[in-house]
Design a protein around this ligand. Structure first.
Ligand code: SAM
Length: 266
């Protein structure tokens, strides 16, 4: 936890002219924008402008602290993958609980992933990949736990699953995008109301872009499951979650796991 408190310490040092909530949301937005601009030319200039606008709110010293804090996130996600940003967000006590922003503790997320993964592993025995859907991703704890559970079972999640994740909150989208990007997980993170499907933005991780997943999913969706080598899979009952019919998700014809029941959150 020493590393995590270092992140908190650095962010708290930037709190003065801005609220702690603003410091955190600016920090994650800046780094999400930087990661996205490395692989997405569409809208590059607007994101660059937004990045510069956010950066201009802080002094050079504060910007250095942001970079140092982000360095700790990178190191921690590499050395000991877990929900580093969700823990930081909750640790700073800035979450909007009225909007359901309480994130599953990572140890519990790991337990849930361990309990629910057998069906997915079974499907992956004879399919090239499965798609996973998270309708209320938060910072991504459940998905991070799933990637690590797969890794522990010798399954390369960077190749064998594709993630679709929704959240209505910008800060949640930014946190999930950063963490999934740093874990090199192929994913589309939508800022979207997963109940009404009103969509505001789509964040494709570097692994999604560089791995050609747009085409892979298109092929899987147009081919029959047998030809595409992927399979529709119902939700695992052990997580207590439910399949959400999702016409816009890129899951048709693929093995699918849905994480987290949005109805239970409200
Ligand atoms: C209780 S948190 C859970 C986050 C994550 N699944 C976890 O276990 O750590 C619920 C999340 O759902 C999001 N949310 C609430 N209503 C939503 C909606 N209609 N569409 C998409 N996301 C929503 C909130 O912004 C919040 O990040």
């Amino acid at each position: 936890m020493a590393g995590r408190s270092e992140i908190v310490r650095l962010l708290e040092a930037n709190h003065g002219r801005h609220s702690m909530h603003e410091v955190f949301t600016d920090w994650v937005e800046m780094f999400a924008l930087a990661l996205r601009n490395a692989v997405d030319r569409d809208g590059f200039d607007e994101r660059e402008k937004l990045f510069e606008h956010l950066k201009a709110k802080y002094s050079d010293k504060e910007t250095d602290r942001f970079a140092e804090a982000f360095g700790h996130v990178v190191i921690q996600l590499t050395e000991n993958p877990r929900d580093v940003l969700g823990e930081t967000y909750m640790g700073l006590e800035i979450a909007d609980k009225a909007k359901g922003q309480f994130f599953t503790p990572y140890s519990l997320a790991r337990l849930m992933a361990a309990m629910s993964i057998d069906e997915l592993v079974e499907v992956l025995e004879d399919k090239p990949f499965a798609t996973v859907y998270e309708p209320a991703v938060g910072a991504g704890a459940m998905l991070i736990a799933l990637t690590q559970e797969l890794k522990d079972r010798g399954i390369n999640y960077q190749q064998r699953i594709h993630i679709t994740a929704d959240d209505i909150s910008p800060v949640a989208v930014h946190m999930a995008y950063i963490q999934l990007s740093l874990l090199h997980a192929p994913a589309l993170v939508y800022r979207r109301n997963s109940l009404s499907l009103e969509t505001f933005d789509t964040w494709a991780t570097p692994a999604h872009v560089l791995g050609g997943w747009g085409l892979r999913l298109q092929v899987a969706n147009t081919a029959t499951p047998a030809r595409a080598g992927v399979e529709e899979m119902p939700i695992t009952p052990t997580t207590g979650t439910a399949v959400v019919d999702h016409p816009h998700s890129q899951t048709t014809g693929s093995a699918r796991v849905t994480l987290f029941d949005l109805d239970e959150a409200s």
